[in-house]
Ligand binder design. Structure first.
Ligand SMILES: Cc1ncc(COP(=O)(O)O)c(C=O)c1O
Length: 391
């Protein structure tokens, strides 16, 4: 796969490119979009072929026979992550994983209940909790040796008894942590102590950088099965986000019944495109493509971090997983207006601004590195120039 290829995305209804001006004031004519978490790469050829074959047939009726679809999901979870999904019935396909998290919240919490987030964390979680009238309980991650950790002792004093659920992000967006099995066991113990459902959003599980290994929550803490809701999807991994497909995997039969009722009550089922696309990527060809992708992202991270290391006061958190770099500008002493004037107006880079991720994100910004290397090099040069008075 040639990840260096520049593919024109402007004028293709791309949120990342065609909405950047509106969102950040950066023109797509000469700006670099490093915000929305999708990639500027084509997916594996097998999925393009599958969609083409379906389109060429030209009939888009109701899909039947989930066998290949379900088998491919189980095969991927087992071979890539050592996660054995024993029964087909455990797999619920949702309209993506933001939808999956929202469905879980509606199943196991009611308005006024607390939903815990380890912040800073993916902004859409904040949005859905608030919109559903639940209370966001922000437990802030702590920095240890420059990376995020959970501090369960410190969190005890923040618990009110109203909390019913944790939405856990693993690997962590935006901090890039690939959580160890021990950390997840501690999370399971905390959840048990406070009787919380754990929704483990593992949408970034396949994008793990060399030297790190993703451990699914259900593998790390099987003892928490009766309170565990797993979520995985091929969409981040293979750049298929517009497909809006994800899997909520509920291994516990009692939890499964409750979640199934929510799904049935809303009449939810996946569209036929997903049924054609997923087996094409959860395949040996897909696996090889992801290995190449992770190596390429690793190279982009090196270029980005080396470039930023030359700017005093700007620090990139060491990335273990995801393609999203999390960068702290606090050392520059600048307020957000000045920092953003330099990033958006001078460097012409569209980023996700840190405060949207909740407590702890105030002085940070998130940069999407899933783009051809030449663009990462250009972004680094522009940032160095925009902050050149500090060097
Ligand atoms: C942690 C996390 N969950 C979910 C999503 C989006 O999932 P979907 O497009 O399936 O709703 C993202 C996208 O960036 C994400 O980072």
């Amino acid at each position: 796969m040639n990840f260096d290829e520049i593919i024109e995305r402007r004028g293709t209804h791309s949120s990342k490119w065609d909405k950047m001006q509106e969102y950040s004031g950066v023109s797509p004519d000469d700006g670099i979009p490093m915000w929305v978490a999708d990639m500027d790469f084509r997916p594996p050829q097998a999925v393009i072929d599958a969609v083409r074959k379906y389109a060429d047939h030209g009939i888009f009726g109701y899909f039947g026979d989930d066998r290949a679809y379900l088998d491919s999901i189980k095969w991927w979870a087992r071979t890539r992550h050592g996660y054995e999904i024993a029964e087909d019935e455990a797999i619920f396909s949702t309209h993506g994983l933001v939808n999956g998290a929202a469905l879980a919240m509606h199943t196991w919490t009611k308005p006024g209940d607390g939903v815990i987030l380890f912040t800073p964390v993916y902004h859409a979680f904040h949005r859905i909790i608030e919109a559903a009238g639940r209370e966001i309980v922000q437990l802030e991650l702590v920095q240890h040796n420059g990376r995020y950790e959970m501090d369960f002792d410190a969190y005890e004093s923040q618990m009110t008894g109203r909390e019913k659920m944790i939405i856990f992000c693993s690997p962590h967006n935006p901090g890039g942590r690939v959580w160890s099995a021990e950390e997840q066991k501690a999370l399971a113990a905390f959840a048990e102590k406070h009787d919380l459902i754990v929704v483990s959003d593992e949408i970034h599980c396949d994008i793990v950088l060399p030297g790190h290994k993703h451990v699914p929550f259900s593998v790390a803490a099987p003892e928490a099965r009766a309170r565990t809701v797993m979520m995985m999807a091929p969409t981040k991994t293979f750049n298929l986000a517009g497909m809006h497909n994800g899997n909520v995997i509920v291994d516990d039969p009692a939890l499964r019944e409750a979640f199934g009722q929510t799904m049935a009550g809303l009449g939810l089922s996946p569209n036929a495109f997903a049924k054609h696309m997923v087996p094409a990527v959860y395949s040996p060809e897909g696996a090889q493509w992801v290995d190449e992708l992770c190596a390429y992202i690793g190279g982009n991270v090196e270029v980005f971090d080396a470039g930023l290391a030359g700017i005093p006061g700007v620090t990139s958190m060491p990335l273990e997983g995801t393609y999203l770099a999390w960068v702290d500008f606090s050392g520059t002493g600048m307020d957000r207006d000045e920092m953003m004037r330099r990033i958006a107006d001078e460097a012409k880079i569209a980023v996700n601004q840190g405060p949207a991720f909740g407590h702890g994100g105030e002085s940070w910004n998130r940069f999407n590195l899933a783009t051809p290397r030449s663009r990462v090099e250009e972004a680094v040069e522009r940032l160095q120039k925009a902050f050149s008075d500090l060097q």
